[in-house]
Design a protein around this ligand. Structure first.
Ligand SMILES: [Zn+2]
Length: 152
């Protein structure tokens, strides 16, 4: 049986393949590209951490959108992200139609007291767990950023 497509797209000279999956992202960090890049890791991490405390929701939204657009451009259709203000990352995924596994990184600090942090995470889970393109994930990040494990 021969079937005919409603629309034929010429892929002559192109690669046809499934979308790529980026399994570890912090999309808003696209804003920090090249910032302090010449420093040793621990110094770089301290500089980034200080800069992260100044991020606003609008900053995170802009960085997430930029990161999503760059991934789409390179053929990535799905990603797993953990960062702060994750509603903004979820919105970027929704706006672009990308599939995403999202969660807050389990790190201390970053502009929120523990109760606010817990309340915000619960709100995030309740809001986004029902979205068709966004799944949720538990995000344990670098051990050295976990306050319980600081002696490593
Ligand atoms: Zn990471």
């Amino acid at each position: 049986m021969k079937q005919k497509a409603q629309k034929v797209i010429s892929a002559k000279g192109c690669v046809v393949m499934p979308g790529l999956i980026n399994a570890h992202t912090h999309l808003p960090m696209t804003l920090f590209r090249d910032y302090a890049r010449d420093l040793p890791y621990m110094e770089w991490a301290q500089r980034i951490r200080k800069a992260e405390t100044k991020l606003t929701h609008a900053d995170v939204r802009a960085g997430a959108r930029l990161g999503a657009l760059e991934m789409i451009r390179s053929g990535t259709t799905s990603f797993a992200d953990m960062y702060i203000y994750m509603d903004e990352v979820a919105k970027a995924a929704e706006e672009t139609g990308m599939r995403a596994a999202l969660g807050y990184g389990m790190i201390e600090g970053l502009n929120e007291d523990p109760l606010t942090k817990l309340k915000n995470r619960e709100g995030f889970v309740r809001k986004w767990m029902v979205q068709p393109t966004a799944g949720l994930q538990l995000c344990m990040h670098l051990i050295r950023r976990n306050p319980v494990q600081r002696n490593f």
